[in-house]
Design a protein around this ligand. Sequence first.
Ligand SMILES: NC(=O)c1ccc[n+]([C@@H]2O[C@H](COP(=O)([O-])OP(=O)(O)OC[C@H]3O[C@@H](n4cnc5c(N)ncnc54)[C@H](OP(=O)(O)O)[C@@H]3O)[C@@H](O)[C@H]2O)c1
Length: 311
Amino acid sequence: MKVLLAGATGTLGVPLVRALVASGHEVIGLSRSPGKGDMLRTLGAEPLVADLMDPEALLSAVEGLKADAVLHEMTALKKIPTRHRDMAATDALRIQGTTNLLAAARLMGARRFVTQSFFMGYGYGDWGDRVLTEEDPFAPPGQDAFERDLAAMRSTERQAFTAEGIEGIALRYGSLYGSGGATEPVIEMLRRRRLPVPRGGGGITSLIYVEDAAAATVAALERGRSGEAYNVADDEPVSWGEFFGTVAKAFGAPQPLEVPRWIFRFMPYARAMMMGDHRISSAKARRELGWTPTAPTYRQGIPRLAQALGG
Ligand SMILES: NC(=O)c1ccc[n+]([C@@H]2O[C@H](COP(=O)([O-])OP(=O)(O)OC[C@H]3O[C@@H](n4cnc5c(N)ncnc54)[C@H](OP(=O)(O)O)[C@@H]3O)[C@@H](O)[C@H]2O)c1
């Protein structure tokens, strides 16, 4: 297929370009920055420069281009989100950005559209031992502080699923780790003992090694069913304390500083992420997409990360 990938230069975007090219797809890689053109060409993609939030510029950039499918893989996160306002620009990419990208998809004649959000879309609470599947309500209204973020996740999925003449598919990733993006700053924070974890390890999270997230995305593009969402996480949810402790060990950094849980009161977004238990099942993606993670747990993924970064 010929694919327009929005977010081609991101943490997930870079391995995703490689995985798409390796599977025989032709990739047009979107970026706001002309300076990233050489990097995209080296990866095997044709660069396209436009800002997704500027619909006129986006539509004129894609004019005359054809694509079979469009992938929305963007965030606007400059750092790990700790406060609600850190999510505002990413929320806009999911709402208005999806609208703009669907307009571009139509202009290009695309018939498939893959979007994404993440496991916190099931709700920012504490799910305890419950393993969340795609049968559970997604982005349920009623969580006042997080309503804007949940509405954005609802919006991108709804827009993709209801777009006329387009097969829409949604992925709900676990926390991505891999080279690029937030991982290197996290390792640096661990080295300086500046990454606090709640005493006792905090909540349980669902993880996914970035190369496996890329493979699942290719599988969804090729085999995902229209109107369906797929969770994408590895097989072993783990506490943040255990995960960061294992990363620290692999990179020769000291063990993370444990702090009293009340400190997270001042970082509401981080508290929701790091205190609650969020286990998601990817059985549907395995079954329907024929996808299997090559790093089934963080114990396989972290050594690969260390190898990739020379840790
Ligand atoms: N990181 C995680 O733990 C995580 C977890 C679950 C789900 N996700 C989801 O997975 C997707 C990929 O995340 P990521 O971590 O790879 O993101 P990332 O590293 O922050 O990359 C951001 C990408 O979005 C592009 N972008 C941002 N604003 C844009 C705009 N206005 N117009 C055009 N392009 C724009 C950037 O392109 P340029 O800067 O080159 O313009 C870049 O390619 C995101 O949608 C995210 O929500 C991430």
